[in-house]
Design a protein around this ligand. Structure first.
Ligand code: SF4
Ligand code: SF4
Length: 366
């Protein structure tokens, strides 16, 4: 049920706004967050999170995030130690489940990136929301700093009571399932935690996400083999870029939604996803894997960068991804474009992917 202006009513929020739970500062922050379009707002006490290193040690191929005191997870594990001035994490969620994403874009780019809500670009509506919430907190007299890459956001948001986890490792809200962006900010105020940490809300015995993963990356509930996850492979040449999973990657060049699309906790939100995003409707007509294979500056700026600005800076990574995707189309009409791109390609991984794609398409054609 939606309230006026599309803002979820209290009964839909993960945090109960009713009664006398909130008063004063916390209530004002929640109200402002909802007014700005966040779907949930809550608070967690900042602490050190040693469990992130323990958890990573149990997952295959997480070494790149844990080695050395300055590694990402080593820093997240010492969040309070490294940010002694901060007392609380302001946690908020932005949902992007409501859009009926164009099919050809969805085949290649995950919803998170199509939504442009994850680390939104300056000047966009999502960026404004985040900046405005920070400004509001500052206006309330707090020191504020972005908490992304400083705290484990999913844990903080779970402790704030605004998300629960799925066995596919994604955070879930009631309004948007797992199609949600977490926004976190460190502040120097002791804010009261209102929500309760949610437990596992997955149906007993469910393992649809595990079975749906094209590459077998979810090796058991909550355990991801990083090197098999498609997004990780989309981002880099080495480490990652496991050629043995190219066949299973389909046409995905920037992320993957398979383990979320298969999830029964997302069924209702996907059924309600009917809103059209006019920009994506336009982009869907311009999106062409052959153009990404032969990526030039103009096409990169017009079609690629607007939705795939997050991770990949090396354009050869896009060219490699497009070659793999074209090889997985089963459409031999792409062979001439692959051959032409081969003449221009110099990067060994791009050449390998082109050769792989041509061989696969010719084999299938034969
Ligand atoms: S994002 Fe895709 S590749 Fe990664 S675990 Fe989920 S289904 Fe598997
Ligand atoms: S598919 Fe099942 S086990 Fe996986 S996250 Fe969804 S509900 Fe949980």
């Amino acid at each position: 049920m939606q309230g006026e202006a599309g803002i979820p009513t209290g009964t839909e929020l993960n945090v109960d706004l009713g009664g006398n739970c909130y008063s004063g500062l916390e209530h004002r922050i929640v109200r402002r967050g909802l007014e700005l379009g966040f779907t949930n707002v809550g608070f967690a006490a900042l602490r050190d999170y040693p469990e992130v290193l323990e958890e990573a040690s149990r997952r295959p191929n997480y070494g790149i995030f844990t080695q050395g005191d300055d590694s990402l997870l080593a820093r997240l594990a010492r969040a309070k130690t490294l940010n002694p001035w901060a007392d609380s994490v302001v946690c908020a969620t932005l949902g992007y489940a409501g859009v009926d994403y164009p099919e050809n874009l969805l085949a290649s780019v995950a919803r998170t990136y199509l939504s442009r809500a994850y680390t939104p670009q300056p000047g966009t509506a999502h960026a404004f929301r985040i900046e405005e919430l920070a400004r509001f907190l500052e206006g309330e007299g707090m020191r504020v700093d972005a908490a992304q890459f400083r705290v484990p956001q999913r844990i903080a948001c779970a402790e704030a009571g605004i998300v629960s986890f799925g066995r596919n490792n994604f955070a879930y809200t009631r309004q948007d399932g797992s199609f949600v962006i977490l926004v976190t900010m460190l502040v120097d105020a002791k804010l009261k935690t209102i929500g309760e940490r949610a437990g596992d809300e997955c149906p007993s015995g469910c393992r649809r996400c595990i079975d749906a993963c094209p590459t077998g990356a979810i090796v058991e509930p909550y355990k991801l083999d990083l090197h098999k996850c498609i997004l990780f492979n989309n981002q880099r040449f080495e480490p990652g870029a496991q050629e043995e999973i190219w066949d299973a990657m389909g046409e995905r060049i920037h992320g993957c939604d398979a383990c979320q699309a298969a999830c029964p906790r997302n069924r209702a939100v996907l059924e309600k996803a009917t809103a059209k995003d006019p920009f994506l409707e336009l982009l869907s007509k311009e999106f062409d894997l052959e153009r990404i294979l032969a990526l030039d500056d103009a096409y990169y700026e017009a079609v690629v960068r607007p939705v795939m600005y997050n991770y990949i800076k090396d354009r050869n990574v896009f060219r490699r991804n497009a070659a793999v995707a074209l090889g997985n189309t089963g459409d031999a009409r792409h062979v001439p474009a692959l051959r032409k791109a081969r003449q221009a390609a110099e990067e060994p991984s791009v050449l390998r992917a082109i050769d792989w794609a041509i061989a696969k398409l010719e084999r299938e054609g034969a």
